[in-house]
Structure formats: structure tokens, C-alpha cells
Design a protein around this ligand. Structure first.
Ligand SMILES: *Cc1c(COP(=O)(O)O)cnc(C)c1O
Length: 475
């Protein structure tokens, strides 16, 4: 039977809707760009936090017929871009603020429209070269040798999963020995570590919470004692995890001393630098990270310290063979892809087909140059010191002078946990600037975390003013 050409033409005319021609394409692009550009212009006048329940979005059904771009952009504007915490706003001083560089937006568009296959050098040669160059630049930044490599994943949690998979396999932890294998980290380690441990089948291992000192840094003497005791008891210590910039307080563990411990006991040494790592771009900050170059693996989040949009986290592994061994898989249908000069990203993590994330980092990095990033990071450190100093003047009790760009404070009222919880609620209701709280040793503290590239003196001063006003209302 002949293929029905008429039917084919009919289907072609319908399916071409998915591929708008130049004039429609330009029109839709202009509408979208007007939308995002106005979004940015409106940020200074908008709150950093708005509680929302998004009725139009919930109502909108996926239908057989298409809808107008106008309608869709209105929903994005009213119920997506302005609902909840506005992570693009310079007034976001909670958790670890996110970024959203304009040039990364351009990069994402280039990556998505070009749709290069970034998993394999055979298919996406330029894309893979680009990602591998970025990885080499990051290896240099942290002082790793040329034999190190890594992977550009979707975030710090996925990057951590890749690092800990490599550690587990390198130490041959399996069902026969998992119950006597030991991992060490502190109460201040990020919860993505617990998640990774669970996913990796390490929940049955012995998990030691190492004590912290008054600055919430790992107590290395306690670590040393624990390792010695565990060895004496016939256990197998294999992994220690340090944090270079904790989410809670910005504390940096004593990286060099932990490296000594890891080295003399043959442990895999992982450093979580998801938040703090990019401060290493600043010459004057490097000393704080001394010893990071002695780690076996580490994680950096460009969607934090490089101000990129959410969705990019990097793992680096010093021994690239360990990384490849833990993640490379063969398949008969992939034989054409072998023998490329570049290491394939697909061999360095769980993803085969992946978002071409390198582009959103490469474009702003080359366009702006590294110095622009340095200035922005330096500004954030100074702003945090300024906040720390000014909040004290309002009568707040604070943590120590900030080691990076996170600081914490509370009002020394009677019944202070309750009072500070109420103050945070008030701050959230206000929403002009967004702060989040935490619990340290059972005590409620409010945090100020400065890392958005749009946070400048104006936003910090507004935050302080807002705290002052809400404090007075509560008192
Ligand atoms: C944010 C963060 C993570 C988790 O990274 P995601 O990108 O959110 O998955 C891990 N560790 C630290 C220290 C972090 O600040």
C-alpha cells in the first residue's frame, strides 16, 4: 500500500505549528523579552517575599487547542514570578540566596535552541569541550592537579551524590562490609549528605557526628579520637566530610587539619564548598580554604557563588579514574561514541542525556570577565560585615564576626526563642526583604545571608530598617 501523501501533507502543516516561522518567532521572542525585562525593572519596587496561592495557574487546564502567549505570560508574571520568595530579588537574604544572571538566561536560550547533546563528545563536541574547559578552570581554582576531573550536575545535592558514589566505590564498600564502615561529619553538614547516604545504600554504615567548637567548626581532636576508637574496635573508617562555608552560619571547617587526619588514616576526604567555594576567587580569602586542595572530592554551586540561575552544581574529583570507574557504563548501542579525545560527561555522573548547563556559565564568565565576579563577591562580604555591625547597634545579640557572607542574630528578649520566632513571622509578613531563621543548639536565631548579585547597600539598609520597625511593633 502506498503511503498516503495527502495525509502526510496535512500532518506536516499541523506539525509545523511547533516550529514557528521567522515573523511569529520574532514576535513571541519580543513578547517574552519584554516580559523578563520588565520583570527585572520592577524588582526594586517589589517585595522579596509574597505569600501566594496562584488561583489562575491552578485553574489553567492543559487543552487540545493552544492558548495565547499573552495569557500564558500573564500567569507567569502574576502567579509564578511574583509568588513566594523572589530569588531574583536583591532583597532575598534568606537561606543561601540564588542568582539569575541575565547572561545566563541568554546562555540557556542558546543552549536550548541549539540543543547540542552535551553528554558525549562524539555528538556535542563543542558543548563537551566547553564543559570540560569549565571543569579544568574550577580544578585550577581549588588547586587540583590536571589529572582531576568532574561533572556539571543540576545542583549541589546531585554533585554530592556523584562524589559520595565515587568515595563508596573507591573504598569498595558493599553489602558485606557496610555495617563496619564509618563516615564522619558534623551536625552542620548539609542535609543533602544524609540524602546521598540513603540513596547510596550507606544508611547501614556507622555514621559519626563529630563535635563542633563554639564557631560551629569540626573539632579535629574529637575526629581524631573517634577514628582511633573506631579502628581499635575493628571498624573501617573510610570517609570524612568537611564543609567550607556551612549553610547555617558560614563556618569553614579546619580543612588542612582534617586533611592531615584523612591522609594519615587513609580516608576519602570530601569537602562541601557548595556555598563558600567561589570566595576562593578572592586572593585575600584563599587562606581560609587552605587544605581544600588536599581533598579527594568537592562540590561547588555556581547557582550560589557565581550568581547563575538555579540548576547548576559542580563536583570535582581529584583522581579522575576513580570518578570514571564509578560512573562509566558500556552499552552496545554506544560503540560509535568511543575514542573521543575529550572525557564524556556521561561517564562522570548518573546522567546520559543532560541539559547543556555549561553554556549558562561559560557565556557570563567570558562576557563579564572574572574580575566582575570578584568585585561582586567582595561586595557581598563587606555588606555582611556592615549588616553584622549595624544589627548590633539595634541591640541584637549576634554570632561571631562573619567568616563569609552569612551572619546570625537574635533579640535578647525574655523568652527569647518565642520572641525571635514571632519576629521572623513579622518579617515574613512584611516581606520587603526576606530573612530566614535557624536553630543552633536548640536556640532560635535569625540569619542574614548575602549572596544575590542584586543585593547592594540599599537592600541591606532596607532590611535593617524593616527589622527595626518590626521589632518596635513587637515590643
Ligand atoms: C546549597 C547547599 C547544598 C545543596 O546544594 P543544592 O544546590 O541546593 O542541591 C549543599 N551544601 C551546602 C553547604 C549548601 O549550601
Amino acid at each position: 500500500m502506498d503511503a498516503d501523501l495527502e495525509q502526510l501533507q496535512h500532518l506536516e502543516s499541523l506539525s509545523r505549528q511547533l516550529d514557528p516561522g521567522k515573523s511569529l518567532r520574532d514576535h513571541l521572542t519580543a513578547m517574552s523579552f519584554t516580559h523578563v525585562s520588565e520583570f527585572i525593572n520592577s524588582l526594586p519596587a517589589r517585595k522579596a517575599y509574597v505569600k501566594a496561592d496562584c488561583p489562575e495557574l491552578k485553574k489553567l487546564e492543559i487543552s487540545d487547542e493552544g492558548k495565547s502567549m499573552d495569557l500564558l505570560l500573564k500567569i507567569v508574571q502574576n502567579e509564578v514570578h511574583h509568588a513566594g520568595i523572589n530569588a531574583a530579588s536583591g532583597g532575598h537574604l534568606g537561606y543561601i540566596p540564588g542568582g539569575g544572571l541575565w547572561l545566563s538566561g541568554m546562555g540557556d536560550m542558546l543552549a536550548a535552541v541549539g540543543n547540542r547533546y552535551a553528554g558525549l563528545a562524539f555528538s556535542g563536541t563543542g558543548a563537551v569541550i566547553m564543559e570540560n574547559q569549565l571543569l579544568r578552570w574550577l580544578c585550577q581554582l581549588v588547586g587540583y592537579p590536571v589529572t582531576a576531573h568532574g561533572n556539571i550536575a543540576s545542583g549541589g545535592s546531585m554533585a554530592t551524590l556523584v562524589a559520595l558514589t565515587t568515595a563508596r566505590d573507591h573504598h569498595k564498600i558493599n553489602s558485606a562490609n557496610v555495617r563496619r564502615s564509618v563516615l564522619y561529619f558534623t551536625s552542620q553538614a548539609h542535609h543533602c549528605i544524609h540524602k546521598a547516604i540513603h540513596i547510596l545504600g550507606l544508611s547501614e554504615a556507622v555514621i559519626r557526628e563529630v563535635q563542633v567548637n563554639e564557631l560551629y567548626q569540626m573539632d579535629v581532636d574529637a575526629l581524631s579520637q573517634m577514628i582511633a576508637d573506631d579502628k581499635l574496635n575493628g571498624l573501617y573508617p573510610f570517609l570524612v566530610i568537611a564543609t567550607a562555608g556551612t549553610t547555617n552560619t558560614g563556618a569553614i571547617d579546619p580543612l588542612d587539619q582534617i586533611a592531615d587526619m584523612a591522609q594519615s588514616n587513609g580516608l576519602w576526604y570530601h569537602v562541601d564548598a557548595a556555598y563558600g567555594g567561589f570566595f576562593m576567587l578572592l586572593e585575600e580569602q584563599k587562606e581560609k580554604f587552605k587544605g581544600i586542595e588536599r581533598s579527594d572530592s568537592l562540590v561547588l554551586d555556581p547557582h550560589k557563588g557565581m550568581f547563575l540561575p538555579f540548576g547548576i552544581g559542580v563536583v570535582l574529583v581529584k583522581d579522575r579514574n576513580a570518578l570514571l570507574k564509578a560512573h562509566h557504563a558500556d552499552a552496545a548501542y554506544m560503540v560509535d561514541t568511543e575514542g573521543a579525545e575529550e572525557i564524556n560527561p556521561a561517564d562522570c555522573g548518573p546522567e546520559l542525556t543532560k541539559h547543556f548547563r555549561g553554556m549558562r556559565m561559560w557565556l557570563p564568565l567570558h562576557y563579564h570577565g572574572v574580575d566582575a565576579f570578584r568585585a561582586c563577591l567582595r561586595e557581598k562580604l563587606l555588606l555582611c560585615q556592615y549588616f553584622h555591625q549595624e544589627i548590633k547597634k539595634l541591640g541584637f545579640e549576634t554570632g561571631p564576626s562573619p567568616s563569609l557572607s552569612v551572619t546570625y542574630y537574635r533579640y535578647p528578649a525574655e523568652d527569647r526563642n518565642d520572641f525571635n520566632k514571632k519576629l521572623v513571622e513579622k518579617l515574613h509578613e512584611d516581606g520587603r526583604v526576606f530573612f530566614s531563621s535557624t536553630v543552633l543548639d536548640g536556640e532560635v536565631w535569625i540569619r542574614c545571608a548575602i549572596l544575590s548579585f542584586r543585593t547592594h547597600l540599599e537592600q541591606v539598609q532596607l532590611g535593617i530598617q524593616m527589622i527595626k520597625e518590626n521589632l518596635e511593633k513587637l515590643k
